[in-house]
Design a binder for this molecule. Sequence first.
Ligand SMILES: [Fe+2]
Length: 441
Amino acid sequence: MATVAKNPGAEQAGGASGASGLQYMTGLGNEHETQALPGTLPVGQNSPQKVAHGLVSELHTGTTFSAPRSFNRRSYVFRIRPSVITGKFAPYSQPLFATPDFGQPNPNHYSWRPFASQKADCDFVDGIATIAGTGSPHSQSGMAMHVFSATRSMKDRVLSNADGEMLIVPRVGDLRIHTEYGVIETEFGDVVVIPRGVKFRVELLSANASGLIAENYGLPLRLPELGLIGSNGLANVADFQIPVAAYEKRETPTEHVYKFAGKLWTAQLPHSPLDVVAWRGSLYPYKYNLHRFVGMGAVNVDHPDPSIFCFLTSPSDPIIGPNLDVMAITPRWNIGDHSFRPPGFHLNNVCEFIFAMQGYAGLDDGSITMTNNFTPHGPETETVAVAREMPDDPMRLDEQLFLLFETRFPLQVTPFAENAAELMGDDYTSRWDDFTPYFDK
Ligand SMILES: [Fe+2]
């Protein structure tokens, strides 16, 4: 029989309710502790001879043991059974959930209309399809971008990923994600990050769900530094929500689908592994709603670089670029004296991968665009004509919401995405064919 400890609100400090009534703790990067049963967390130690209620103590590390304190990610979990009960792993077939190498990158523009479901009936695990990627989980560098589409909840099975943390962006439908660390529910605009190695089950709160996943093989995502901006703004620490402990005591056989070293594996467990009654530490899943982003921009002329919209970063090289930066471009005012208002023509050192959640560049909601390193891009011919003549008044961009992912590494497109019916061909790149120079000499 399932026992889900929900909303044990009195057992942790700093709790905040989400729209669904679930409790969350706040503050990304903080050390948190939470218990679904009173008196579970040991005091003054993490490995007592006997843990309260007959639980076992288990350490999860997401960084090297001796990582500096501000970067260290580790938590102690107090659970019914230890994770060492793994079962025997065998290969699991889901070829669309892929890991680089995907072959030769190329410098062409890519744009895809919203991806349709790849399968008529599938859960989150089987509904993942990889679009592009770079690097390798073996070298712990690079990332992959996937779409997902699900028509039903995961039932009697969980997923975990040793290769990369998963940043999940539901666009259609809402999710209930039961992790080892507690339950997260999503609404439009939420992004959820599941650390490497954390088991979770995705349930649907709507008839179907679809969206995007960024899988990060590199340094764990963290908040970017604010530099001269100061100590406030962009994504505020307190706006990240962390689930409180919620366990299930469930003896039902459960499948564990496990991504490890670029392959999917499956093993049978005799119980649900979502049995953590209490935990404390700095490693945990979290969610953030993009509408909480405190956007900043120019107040007189021109545009800042898109790094001004960064809310999570996996650093790589401070000079030539990140392993993965995630930017939130949210509803905002667009101002500028005698300035070209749309994002201008540019070519960058980094690759750009855009997920259009709504109101982006005349594309259907759910579309994706991609440009590799130094692939030039910018406003369409018609947009240029309008922007050259528009008045200097402040403009409100009420509906625009999109995510921009950047990496320094060239992106490889999967055969699936290269051959997808959703791939826009010349009807995208021809948008600049009719550009007529304004040069008047
Ligand atoms: Fe760009």
